[in-house]
Structure formats: C-alpha cells, structure tokens
Design a binder for this molecule. Structure first.
Ligand SMILES: Nc1ncnc2c1ncn2[C@@H]1O[C@H](COP(=O)(O)OP(=O)(O)OP(=O)(O)O)[C@@H](O)[C@H]1O
Length: 225
C-alpha cells in the first residue's frame, strides 16, 4: 500500500512478432496525486506501449502497477474495465468523438454507460465540463462541425465526466496548432492544480514537456531520466 496516484515497479514487456523483442526494460517510477507529468522519448522508444500498460488496457507485462493504492495485477478483464471507467480518463491525439452526435452527447456517453447518476445530473455535469473548457456555447453542435481545437476540448470534457483520478494523454496536442496546444496545456495545468487530478501526457512537444511538473524520458525501452 502506498499513497502515490500511480506506482510503477519493474515493468518489462516483450513483443514476440515478428521476433522476440523487449520493448519495456525494468521501468520503475512513482507519480504523486496532482502531478502533471510529461512522458517523452524518440519515436519507437516505447512511450505508447508504456501508456497502454499504465492505462490497464494492456495486461501482458511483468512487474506491478498500482493506481491510488489498488494493485492491478490479477484483476479480471471485467474488473479492469470497470476500474478504468471510474479512475482513468483518456485523451488521444485524434479525439475519436462520434461525429453525428452533439458535443454534449459525446461528453455524456461515458457517464451514461456507468449508470450511476440520473441522466439529468449527467447532463448538468457535462455542461459544466464544457463550460470549464470554454466551449459550452458549442454544446448542441454536431461534433463533426467543430474545429480541431474545439473537438479536442470536447474530448477532454468527455475524459473528465467520470471524475477520473488520473488523466492519460497520448499526444493530446499532437494534432493542434500552437494556440490550441496552449489552451489544452493550461486546462491540464488547472485540473492538476485545482482539482488534484494527476496528468500523464506523452508528448513530442519540448515546450509542452518543459512546462510540466516533471519529465520522464524513455530511450530504447529504458527509463532514461
Ligand atoms: N503490437 C506490436 N507488435 C510488435 N512490435 C510493436 C507493437 N507495437 C509497437 N511495437 C514496436 O515497439 C516499439 C515501441 O513502440 P511505441 O509505439 O511504444 O513507441 P513510441 O515511443 O510511442 O513511438 P512514437 O513516438 O512514434 O509514437 C517500436 O519499435 C514499435 O515498432
């Protein structure tokens, strides 16, 4: 038991196709609650693979991970899916919104799936999240009609709807111009500082990384710093 938002101990992982290859090599680090962490490294160094392992979506690894004191090893796929829904929010480079649904519907969906709150409450909270992200006025527009930066903000509002303790981003600003990158960065900064949410973002953007609380770097599957 520990008090870290995320504790990663001796993670190793192999791929076996086309030939055996160790993609993650004995990686250990801890992340405090409310910390905003950048995960950097050259292309192919293993960042996305590590994020998939941390996100509980990939269970084929050696070592141990605990999130808010809960050890993930040994949990069933069903239990992991439920854990993920409640504890982790995801933001990807491409937003994966449902284009023919409104921004509001996209944000509500993960909470509707959980079925833990009345629909009206979910709707109110989704509107609050869109407001926090400065796009409440876009709530009733189809996702496909929004700009790239607006779509990414909807994706963040969606990632927040179940109030996850940890937000994981795989190049969350990779598809954005510098103005929208700054908006998204500032939102993450605010969530970490004001709500104590822990943020882990894979990024190729040096400026983004330099402004995070801490940077960890992978090189050839090893933790380099
Ligand atoms: N499913 C897979 N099977 C075999 N090898 C894989 C698989 N997925 C990734 N790899 C390899 O593992 C290594 C790490 O890939 P990964 O996508 O984690 O790197 P990355 O640091 O995120 O790269 P990028 O910055 O380009 O996204 C690469 O050599 C990649 O080719």
């Amino acid at each position: 038991m520990n008090n870290y938002a995320l504790s990663v101990q001796h993670i190793s992982k192999f791929f076996y196709e086309p030939k055996k290859f160790q993609v993650l090599k004995d990686i250990s680090f801890d992340v405090k609650q409310g910390e905003f962490l950048a995960l950097i490294g050259k292309s192919g160094s293993g960042k996305s693979t590590l994020l998939y392992v941390l996100s509980t979506m990939d269970t084929d690894y050696d070592g141990s991970i605990s999130i808010n004191g809960t050890m993930l090893k040994g949990k069933s796929q069903n239990d992991l899916a439920a854990f993920r829904n409640r504890n982790i929010g995801f933001v990807f480079q491409f937003h994966y919104l449902l284009p023919e649904f409104s921004a509001l519907d996209n944000v509500m969906l993960p909470a509707l799936k959980l079925k833990q709150k009345p629909d009206e409450q979910i709707r109110e909270e989704a509107l609050e999240n869109l407001n926090l992200l400065g796009i409440k006025d876009q709530a009733f527009k189809l996702a496909s009609k929004l700009s790239g930066g607006q779509q990414q903000r909807v994706a963040i509002a969606r990632a927040l709807i179940n109030e996850p303790a940890i937000i994981m981003g795989d190049e969350p600003t990779g598809n954005l111009d510098s103005e929208n990158t700054k908006i998204v960065f500032d939102i993450f900064r605010q969530l970490a500082r004001d709500r104590g949410q822990t943020i882990i973002a894979v990024t190729h953007d040096d400026d983004f990384a330099d402004n995070c609380d801490r940077v960890i770097e992978l090189a050839d599957g090893k933790l380099y710093r």
